[in-house]
Write a protein that binds this ligand. Structure first.
Ligand code: XMP
Length: 510
C-alpha cells in the first residue's frame, strides 16, 4: 500500500533537502520536486500536504518562480517557508516589500496559539534569512508570530489550512523548529506516521520479489554503506539469485576485506564472490606517484577485475546500483531522471551483460539507508561506516604505493580508529584517517638518533563533504593516538595533525 505523502516544492533555497529530511524524520514520507510541477501532476500525486521551500528570488521580480494559483483551491494544506510564504502571501493578494533591515541569523520570535504552533513557547529563537518581508496579509489570514524586524514571522488561514513562516523551522538553530514541521504534518495534514524503515523493508522486499521472480541479479559490493544495504535488501528478497562481486583491490583498511566476507558470506550466507586482486593492483601502481594516474589505474583495473568475474557468471537480468535520494534530486529532474552510471561503480554497466538496473534505495536519504541497514541486522561497523574513497588507501599514501607503506598506514589508521571510538567521537567526526606523508624526520628513541617516517592525522567535521573543518579532537586524545602510533608501529617517529579546512585543502591528501 502507498504511504501517505507530503510534497515539497523546491524553489531553490539552500536548506531544501533538509526540509524533506526533517519531515521524513517525523515518519511521514515526502518527495522534493521542482517548484514548477503542474497542478494536474500534483493532483495525480495525491499529497496530504504541500510545502513551498525558500529560494533566492524576490516575488516582485520578473520571472520569479510562482506556483499556479489553483493550488490554493485544491483543499490540500500548504506551508510556505521563507520565499515560499512570501509567494503565498503575494499570490493571494498580500503585499511583499524589500525590508528596511535584512534579517540574517538568530531572531527572537513571539508566537501566538495556533494548530501550526502547538507546543511552542511564547517566545523563542528562530533562524531568519531574508531581505524581503510581508507588510500586509491577504484576506482571511491572521498573524501567528512576529519578530523585531518581521511583523508577520508566521501567519495562517486556519479555515483553508494555509500557513506561512518567514523563518526556517528546518534548521537546528530554530528552537523547536521540528515541532512546527511536526505540527504541520500531523496536526494540520492529518498524517498517521506510516513511514518507517521496518515498513519500507517489508514493502520493498515484496516488491523486489514480485519483480525479480527467479531471475538473476548482480551487485558490485564495495564495502560501503549504500552497496552493502542494497545487497542485504536484495538478499532478503531473492536469496541465492543475488550474486555479489567484491573486488578486493588490496587498498582497504585493516580487517575490512575480512569483515565484508564475514558479515555477508559467512554471516548472511550470501552468494558472494571475491576477486582477490590486491597483487595485480599493486603491480600496476608500481613506480606511480602522480595522484591522478593512481586514480585512473585503480579505476580501470577495478573494471577489469569486475569484468573477469562477471564473465564467469554470464548474463544476468538485473544489475543493482546503490543510488540514493540525494543523487536523484541532484540529477535535477526528480524521479523521471535518466539513470546515471553511479559514481560508486562508475563504468560498470558497459562491462556487464544485463537487462535492467535496479536501484532499491533511490527513495532514501543516507540516514534512512542506515536505518534500513540496522533493520536488516547489519552490524554498526558496516552501517555507520565513514565515507571511504573508491581508490582507497592509495590516495592516503603520498608517492609510490608499496606493501610496506600500506601496512604502516593500516596499522596507524587502526590505532586512530580505536582511540576515536574509545573517546566516543566516532559519530561526531565525519571522517578520520592517517596519511603516509612520504617525508622523513630526525628523532630520538632510546638514546639513539632515528630518521623515520612522518604520519599525519586527518580528521574533519562536515555535513556533505563539499566543505569541511578540521575536527577539534581533545589534546589528550591526540596524545594517546600519537604515543600509540609511534610506540606500536616501527619506522615512525613523528605525528602531525592536519589543521586545514576545505577549502582551501581537500579532505583527502590526494
Ligand atoms: P575531497 O578529498 O575531494 O573528498 O575533499 C570529498 C569526499 O569524497 C571522498 N572521495 C572519493 N570518493 N572516489 C570516491 O568514491 C574518489 O575517487 C574519491 N576521492 C575523494 C572523500 O573521502 C571525501 O569523503
Amino acid at each position: 500500500m502507498q504511504n501517505q505523502r507530503v510534497l515539497v516544492l523546491d524553489f531553490g533555497g539552500q536548506y531544501n533537502q533538509l526540509i524533506a529530511r526533517r519531515i521524513r524524520e517525523q515518519s511521514v514520507y515526502c518527495d522534493l520536486v521542482p517548484g514548477d510541477m503542474s497542478v494536474e501532476k500534483i493532483k495525480e500525486y495525491g499529497p496530504i500536504g504541500i510545502v513551498f521551500t525558500g529560494g533566492p528570488n524576490s516575488v516582485y521580480d520578473e520571472g520569479s518562480p510562482m506556483v499556479d494559483k489553483e493550488i490554493f483551491s485544491l483543499g490540500i494544506p500548504i506551508l510556505g517557508i521563507c520565499y515560499g510564504c512570501q509567494m503565498m502571501a503575494y499570490l493571494l493578494g498580500g503585499t511583499v516589500e524589500k525590508a528596511e533591515n535584512s534579517e540574517y541569523g538568530k531572531a527572537d520570535v513571539e508566537y501566538s496559539p495556533s494548530p501550526l504552533l502547538s507546543g511552542m513557547p511564547p517566545k523563542a529563537v528562530s533562524w531568519m534569512s531574508h531581505t524581503d518581508r510581508i507588510t500586509k496579509l491577504p484576506e482571511g489570514f491572521t498573524r501567528l508570530a512576529k519578530s523585531a524586524d518581521c511583523p508577520f514571522a508566521a501567519f495562517g488561514d486556519e479555515k483553508r489550512k494555509l500557513y506561512g513562516v518567514q523563518f526556517h523551522p528546518e534548521v537546528q538553530h530554530t528552537e523547536n523548529g521540528t515541532q512546527i514541521l511536526r505540527n504541520f504534518v500531523y496536526g494540520v495534514c492529518g498524517a498517521t506516521g506510516d513511514w518507517t524503515m521496518k515498513g519500507f523493508v517489508e514493502r520493498k522486499v515484496a516488491e523486489l520479489r514480485e519483480k525479480i521472480g527467479d531471475k538473476k541479479v548482480l551487485c558490485a559490493m564495495s564495502g560501503g554503506v549504500d552497496s552493502a544495504v542494497a545487497a542485504a535488501l536484495l538478499h532478503k528478497a531473492v536469496g541465492d539469485n543475488l550474486i555479489c562481486v567484491f573486488v578486493d583491490h588490496g587498498l582497504l583498511r585493516k580487517y575490512e576485506a575480512d569483515e565484508v566476507m564475514n558479515v555477508f558470506k559467512d554471516g548472511m550466507g550470501m552468494n558472494l564472490i571475491k576477486a582477490d586482486d590486491g597483487k595485480i593492483f599493486l603491480e600496476k601502481l608500481k613506480g606511480v606517484t602522480d595522484p591522478e594516474k593512481k586514480r585512473k589505474i585503480i579505476g580501470e583495473q577495478f573494471i577489469r577485475s569486475f569484468e573477469k568475474v562477471s564473465k564467469q557468471i554470464g548474463a544476468v537480468d538485473y544489475l543493482v546500483q546503490g543510488t540514493i535520494y540525494p543523487d536523484v534530486i541532484e540529477s535535477g529532474k526528480g524521479k523521471s531522471a535518466v539513470i546515471k552510471s553511479h559514481h560508486n561503480v562508475g563504468g560498470l554497466p558497459s562491462v556487464v551483460d544485463f537487462k535492467e538496473i535496479i536501484e532499491p534505495l533511490r527513495d532514501l536519504f543516507k540516514d534512512e539507508v542506515r536505518g534500513v541497514g540496522f533493520e536488516l541486522g547489519l552490524p554498526k561497523s558496516v552501517v555507520m561506516r565513514q565515507p571511504f574513497p573508491g581508490p582507497g588507501l592509495a590516495i592516503r599514501i603520498m608517492g609510490e604505493v608499496t606493501e610496506e607503506k600500506l601496512e604502516t598506514l593500516r596499522d596507524s589508521d587502526y590505532i586512530l580508529r580505536e582511540e576515536i571510538a574509545k573517546a566516543g567521537l566516532d559519530e561526531s567526526i565525519w571522517q578520520y584517517f592517517t596519511v603516509i606523508t612520504n617525508s622523513k624526520t630526525v628523532g630520538v628513541q632510546g638514546d639513539f638518533r632515528t630518521y623515520e617516517n612522518v604520519i599525519a592525522i586527518r580528521a574533519v567535521t562536515s555535513l556533505d563533504a563539499m566543505t569541511a573543518d578540521w575536527a577539534r579532537i581533545p589534546y589528550d586524545v591526540l596524545q594517546v593516538i600519537s604515543n600509540r602510533i609511534v610506540n606500536e608501529i616501527g619506522h615512525v617517529n613523528r605525528i602531525v595533525y592536519d589543521i586545514t579546512s576545505k577549502p582551501p585543502a581537500t579532505i583527502e591528501w590526494e
